[in-house]
Write a protein that binds this ligand. Sequence first.
Ligand SMILES: C[S@@+](CC[C@H](N)C(=O)[O-])C[C@H]1O[C@@H](n2cnc3c(N)ncnc32)[C@H](O)[C@@H]1O
Length: 225
Amino acid sequence: MRLAKRFKLASHFFSSLRKRGVRRTMWITCHELYYDATFGVKTGIVIPAGELDGDPEALHHANDCFPSSYLVLKEALSHDQVDLRDAVFVDFGCGLGRALLFASQLPLRRLIGVELSPTLCAMARHNMTDFYHRRNKTVPEWSVINADVRAFDIPDDAAIFYFFNPFDALVLDTVLKRILASVARAPRRCAIVYANPVHGGVIAARTQFKLQIKAPDYVIYRLGA
Ligand SMILES: C[S@@+](CC[C@H](N)C(=O)[O-])C[C@H]1O[C@@H](n2cnc3c(N)ncnc32)[C@H](O)[C@@H]1O
């Protein structure tokens, strides 16, 4: 791993110590080690937005590619928080596919990752394929789509929308409008899971979204019936 990337991970570790304290940071680290070993693929990599390939205009609105914390995924995507059974899950800005890998272990029907960077799409596909090939496990239905989320047609059966602070408020708002349009076409109950919710105010500003959980590292909003 290049020195700058190691430095970025180390600085995130120390800022987590300051923000979350020693106990939770260590618990997060234990989950990183456990799930990295479980999946056997390296997704704990930080790639600055300036180094990503893809449409430069969209990258201008993008945040660095930083992986979700496995602990936060485990907490946020648990049965008592979100109705997972048979649901279609979308990760907006799927990066190296960490959230997809984690979600693929849950009783979901289909998983979709949308990612701007063609290189990251290829890496996410490789990570999913590699894990399921090595493990000889039943492969869930999944796809990684190379697209700008602003142009991604929300499937009318998708019900769990995951964001790990992938982009700015403008892009988030455009995606929210597309989710609302999809739910207007095909009324259903949905959950918006937003980890590191820097632009949470954009969701809160739309009255259709009802706050269900506000945890230190994520928020969950409900939409629909
Ligand atoms: C913080 S990473 C999230 C990684 C992954 N979701 C996870 O949980 O590990 C954000 C990703 O969003 C992608 N991204 C940013 N803007 C995007 C856009 N407009 N359309 C699609 N992907 C985008 C970036 O390329 C980056 O890989």
